[in-house]
Design a protein around this ligand. Structure first.
Ligand SMILES: [Zn+2]
Length: 386
């Protein structure tokens, strides 16, 4: 049995202080897992399980727009806009199902109705079906994830389990990435990992356990509202008639959608690039035919939090304490880590850097199959690879 655990939002530098306790128990360690850009949960989790870039899986951010209508599509919860057959077929679950392996998936984004998962527990179904105490919501949710995962291991019915824990990410946003609340959640999360490993050992069967984080966190120091700027500019009419739009959700970067001509787009990009809150404004190159592909990505300076409201709407994230979304090549804090241990994994190997996109093909290799994708099998961790 192979098990993949996502510990949402723990930056690689935050994890470093805890790495020894895992190395002492035989884990191998990738110090820095390069995440996606934008470095947000849904893009990163889609990349981890498909082994493809967003240009292929189309999950560019937690919120996207239709590139022709500019209608905003919020990907939280259950929906079919992007969580559909085209995405599901790219997942590792699909590759495994073709080989008759059975998968279970718990609280992983964008898995609703994935036909290649035999036992599926979505975050939205857990919220619906359980009385969750608001003040302990994140712990309630992660306790469900823990109990479901233990039950799946013990049931002996699955070859692959993917599960996700959200406490650290959620408490970081709320209280800060180094806050007492966020750091306390790490104790709970690492205890949960121990319990899962112990449950695997008790089954007395071969297993591999892989733990990673999808992105890191950075402190919020100021806010930036690009649609508010468009609203007070010569592009106000274009904004209000759905011809131009920034989309993002309390994030270090925003997607830019536009139906304007090249010259206008360039003018807008030049205008924003000159602002002190902006690090860079890229045109998205090499995009596939996804109807949700943005024209460009606005990358903000570190500690600047972007929001996409259009006046007279008001900002929603004034209380946000930490954020992510920035270009992970520029803001180191955006990247996660990976640790792994098991029958097919070498002990105590330390690799300085790899990429999220390599997870799915690497796990496929543990099943002695291959997962066709942009990513490759990670070097150094698997016994067969030496
Ligand atoms: Zn996340």
């Amino acid at each position: 049995m192979n098990i993949l655990i996502s510990l949402d939002g723990i930056g690689y530098q935050t994890f470093e202080k805890y790495a020894d306790s895992f190395l002492n128990r035989g884990y191998s360690y990738c110090k820095k897992m390069m995440t996606t850009f934008p470095s947000v949960t849904f893009n990163a989790h889609a990349t981890a399980l498909t082994g493809n870039e967003d240009k292929k899986h189309s999950v560019f951010d937690n919120i996207v727009s239709h590139s022709k209508t500019l209608e905003k599509v919020v990907l939280y919860g259950d929906h079919q806009a992007l969580c559909n057959q085209q995405l599901h077929e790219q997942t590792l679950f699909s590759t495994l199902a073709r080989q008759s392996f059975k998968s279970s998936c718990i609280h992983w984004p964008l898995t609703t109705d994935n036909p290649f998962v035999q036992h599926l527990v979505t975050e939205s179904s857990s919220k619906k079906n359980n009385s969750i105490d608001e003040s302990h919501a994140v712990y309630n949710l992660d306790t469900i994830a823990l109990e479901e995962t233990i039950a799946c291991i013990r049931s002996n019915q699955f070859d692959f389990i993917a599960t996700r824990f959200v406490a650290y990410d959620s408490l970081s946003h709320q209280f800060g990435k180094d806050s007492k609340e966020a750091m306390e959640s790490l104790t709970f999360l690492f205890d949960s990992v121990d319990k899962l490993e112990q449950t695997l050992v008790e089954q007395e069967k071969p297993f591999n356990i892989i733990i990673f984080s999808d992105h890191g966190q950075s402190d919020v120091k100021s806010f930036f509202y690009p649609n508010e700027r468009l609203f007070t500019s010569e592009w106000k009419e274009a904004l209000l008639t759905n011809k131009v739009r920034f989309v993002g959700d309390g994030s270090g970067s925003l997607l830019f959608y536009s139906l304007l001509d090249e010259e206008s787009n360039q003018k807008i990009m030049d205008d924003f690039t000159a602002m002190e809150e902006v690090r860079a404004f890229h045109i998205l190159e090499g995009v596939n035919h996804s109807p949700f592909a943005p024209y460009g990505i606005l990358d903000l300076q570190m500690n600047v939090c972007g929001e996409d409201f259009i006046p007279p709407e008001q900002p929603r994230y004034r209380n946000l304490k930490s954020l992510h979304g920035y270009d992970p090549l520029k803001i180191e804090e955006m990247n996660g880590f990976m640790i792994c241990k098991g029958d097919q994994i070498v002990e105590n190997k330390i690799v300085p850097e790899s990429k999220l996109i390599h997870l799915a093909p690497t796990i496929a290799k543990l099943f002695k199959t291959s997962h066709g994708s942009d990513g490759e099998v990670m070097k150094g961790f698997l016994k067969e690879h030496g």
